[in-house]
Design a protein around this ligand. Sequence first.
Ligand code: ATP
Length: 353
Amino acid sequence: MTEPVLSVRDLRVWYGTERGPVRAVDGVSFDVRPGETLGLVGESGCGKSTLGRGVLGLAPTVASVDGEVILNSKGGKGRNLVGLPAKELQKLRGPDLGLIFQEPMTRLNPLMRISQHFEEALQTHHKDLPKKELRERAIEALRGMGIPASRYESYPHEFSGGMRQRIMIALALVLRPAFIVADEPTTALDVLVEAQIIKILADLRKNFDTSLVLITHNLGIVAEACDRVAVMYAGHIVEQGDAREVFANPQHPYTKELLRSTISLSTTGLHFIPGSPPDLVHPPEGCRFSPRCPVAMQGCAKVEPPEVVLPSGVHSVCWQQAIEVDPSMADELGTGGREPLAAVKEISVADEA
Ligand SMILES: Nc1ncnc2c1ncn2[C@@H]1O[C@H](COP(=O)(O)OP(=O)(O)OP(=O)(O)O)[C@@H](O)[C@H]1O
């Protein structure tokens, strides 16, 4: 199997606040292989953006970052990005690491022509690139996103929201990074533009062999565009594996609930997960999902579940699967540990109506 472009091990990103540290990312591990797209999903506030920024070394200064993010790309062979000096990180940004933000208008400078944005990006990393070549590379990147060369000298406000987002993607891609984080790249766009952008992101692998972490609320996008999926809950990854396998056969109770909460043509009632995600300053003991989990056992609320690899290759962090894989693990839950925790009442909008 090919070596991962990025190996994240036990990454922690905690925000310092007056109430104590917010454990937004709290011991997360995953790999991304060359040309692979990993979808990162989970409810609002579970730590997706913090993780995306944390792996790129872009966590804000109020955050403490711990663990390993090993980059294995052109300029970053075997380097741990955690603790790398800002100057070194800056050198990797562009040629090795890229970020696509969710709000293009706040990232494009309204006073600068599109051409100037590309000149700035390319000249930072390729000081000696002749002007003609620079222009050719920029136009090629724009054309790949469906923006004609005739618009090269336009200003950001002269484009639609969808076009601006494609320009942002072209700007991230012009340096051909080995690894990109795209944080909700289609949130503010209509469905047709969204579909276009998803197609572009899916084509990245074919055209540039780029690896991508795609952060999104939209599970449909993950099913369509991602090879693998990682499901986050309260600062942890609770399930990860082949996207088709996880969607067809979700294992972790949180993944099951999350998938049930999506709307499809066959939806008759709106299901949502009762309760809300925990306070990440004082997360629950044991499994963080246990207070909301419909199948939680007494022991789940006391002992943190281990990560197990299931026969399908999917990783799950749940006592139910741990005991399935190795029944002797039940001993760790203690006496009465397998008794059900108080049942969570299911609420659905259809029932209430
Ligand atoms: N600068 C900060 N200082 C303190 N806490 C923060 C800061 N930024 C984020 N958080 C907290 O960290 C947790 C994770 O936030 P994050 O934005 O990473 O979640 P998310 O899953 O990306 O959410 P969304 O889908 O809504 O963007 C939340 O509890 C959030 O309130």
